[in-house]
Design a protein around this ligand. Structure first.
Ligand code: FUL
Length: 478
């Protein structure tokens, strides 16, 4: 071949390589939200005076004397979590009762006035250090509602709360997530007043200025609250994210008392103006704090696996609460449940049957290899299959080469370009015909669908409706 023809063909190929990627469809995650999606499983740690008084909500009049474990083994907590696949830990540094697990200089109602470690203990330090040692990220829960403080509901409490946040973030950071609890129950000790206090949740805490203060100290922190701004509550504490789960929602529509608020939080809003994904917080036990009476009520591995499917499997991140016992450790029943859960995940998701398949699509963006169907099985989260802009209906066909038994289908959208898929269905080639095995709505960061076991040599995924052309980064079959 003449050199000029070679060059010309090369130029053509080069031109083809420049098909423009799809434009983002709607809001997209920030870098730190994307990192959070990829964490998938984090743990909540509820531990305070309640652990010793056997309560869920302390009234605020608990003497620090009741906080009296012989030892607190935060390394055990975090090492078990590391071993079982968790990526981050959020600690209740102060729950509604107001007792502080670190020696704060802003209140005497703290661990240094307890008998534990002769008043030299610091649980926040111990957990932050253990996270550092085992490579997990550390997060903070600091209850806005404080049933101990005499000045709760007056302006000076806000200054107190901000001082504590500053103290925590400057002493124990980096902090990956800050969890703001929306609970404001009313009655409490309040320095001896023992009364009911109401605050106006919209104005009292002056959130914008509080968040700015923290963001200035810790630019990468993610703020969780019922309504974000970075992560939203998902509307229940059962671990069940909506089958339809949009990571987008319009913040203005989220206010306390709104009819249907919890179901809106549970599903998000297709045309929401902001990327505020839902986090699934649920406890491994009936309560958030440890109670010996619940030692035989720890969720078993199968139950935890179901919760995994309804949280991570629905595009959410799981925040599983593991409450340490009065002995200062995660109880052996909870440890066994976690290990069983991890073993189940390891066995169910051991072999991706699509890994060596051949994949084709009804449409490929610009007929260009950069957007080819095979990108969905290359294990690279940065590549994806996409269609031409106008093509909202398209199919992906995965040829396994031989019949294999399937139980789960896992899909991921390339959410850096927004969440797009509104409806899809899956068929399996079995008995020489296509048989529908699943039908669903959204995908988002990740969607895992359990199907009735089927033996098939091919799988076809039909994207039936989308906000914009499908952009799929991964498909796995188990
Ligand atoms: C709720 C609190 O009232 C519970 O005690 C617990 O901390 C849970 C995670 O959030 O609103």
């Amino acid at each position: 071949m003449r050199l000029d023809i070679v060059l010309f063909t090369g130029l053509l190929a080069g031109a083809c390589a420049q098909v423009t990627p799809p434009a983002p469809a709607g809001p997209v995650p920030t870098e730190r939200q994307l990192r959070w999606h990829r964490m998938e499983r984090n743990a909540f740690i509820h531990f305070t005076v309640n652990t010793f008084t056997d309560k869920e909500w302390g009234y605020g009049d608990e003497s620090p004397e009741v906080f009296n474990p012989d030892t607190i083994d935060a390394r055990q907590w975090v090492s078990v979590l590391k071993e079982t696949g968790f990526k981050g830990v959020i600690l209740t540094c102060k729950h509604h009762d107001g007792f502080c697990l670190w020696p704060t200089k802003y209140s005497d109602h703290n661990i240094s006035h307890s008998p534990y470690a002769g008043g030299k203990g610091d649980v926040v330090r111990a957990v932050a250090d253990a996270c550092h040692e085992f490579g997990l990220q550390f997060g903070v829960y600091l209850s806005p509602w404080d049933r101990n403080r005499a000045d709760y509901a007056s302006p000076s409490y806000i200054e107190y709360y901000r001082n504590q946040l500053t103290e925590l973030f400057t002493t124990y950071g980096p902090v990956f997530e800050m969890w703001f609890d929306g609970a404001n129950g009313g009655d409490g000790f309040y320095g001896g007043a023992r009364e009911k206090r109401r605050i106006d949740g919209r104005t009292y805490y002056d959130w914008p200025n509080t968040l700015k203060l923290i963001r200035d100290i810790e630019p990468e922190v993610l703020f969780f609250s019922d309504a974000g701004p970075d992560l939203r509550w998902m509307g229940n504490e059962r671990g069940v994210m909506g089958e339809t789960n949009w990571c987008t929602i319009t913040p203005d529509t989220l206010y306390a008392g709104k009819p249907g608020l919890n179901s809106l939080l549970n599903s998000g809003a297709e045309n929401g103006t902001h990327w505020i994904p839902g986090e699934t917080d649920v406890s491994i036990r009936p309560g958030w704090f440890y109670h010996a009476s619940e030692d035989d009520k720890v969720k078993n591995p199968q139950r935890l696996f179901e919760i995994y499917l309804t949280s991570v499997g629905r595009g959410s991140t799981l925040l599983l609460n593991m409450p340490p016992s009065r002995e200062g450790v995660i109880h052996e029943n909870d440890v066994a449940a976690l290990r069983g859960f991890q073993a189940l995940l390891d066995s169910v998701f051991a072999v991706d049957l699509a890994a060596n398949a051949s994949v084709s699509a009804s449409n490929t963006r610009g007929r260009n290899d950069s957007y080819a169907a095979k990108n969905v099985i290359d294990s690279n989260p940065d590549t994806y299959w996409a269609t031409d802009d106008k093509v909202l209906n398209a199919t992906l066909e995965i040829d396994l080469g031989e019949a294999k038994t399937l139980n789960f289908v896992e899909l991921q959208e390339y959410i850096q370009l927004g969440q797009r898929i509104k409806a899809f269905h899956i068929e399996a080639w079995t008995d020489n015909q296509w048989q529908e095995v699943a039908k669903a709505t959204t995908i988002g960061y990740k969607r895992i669908l359990r199907i009735a076991p089927v033996t098939a040599s091919k799988v076809r995924i039909s994207f039936d409706d989308a906000k914009a052309c499908p952009v799929i980064s991964s498909v796995k079959l188990f």
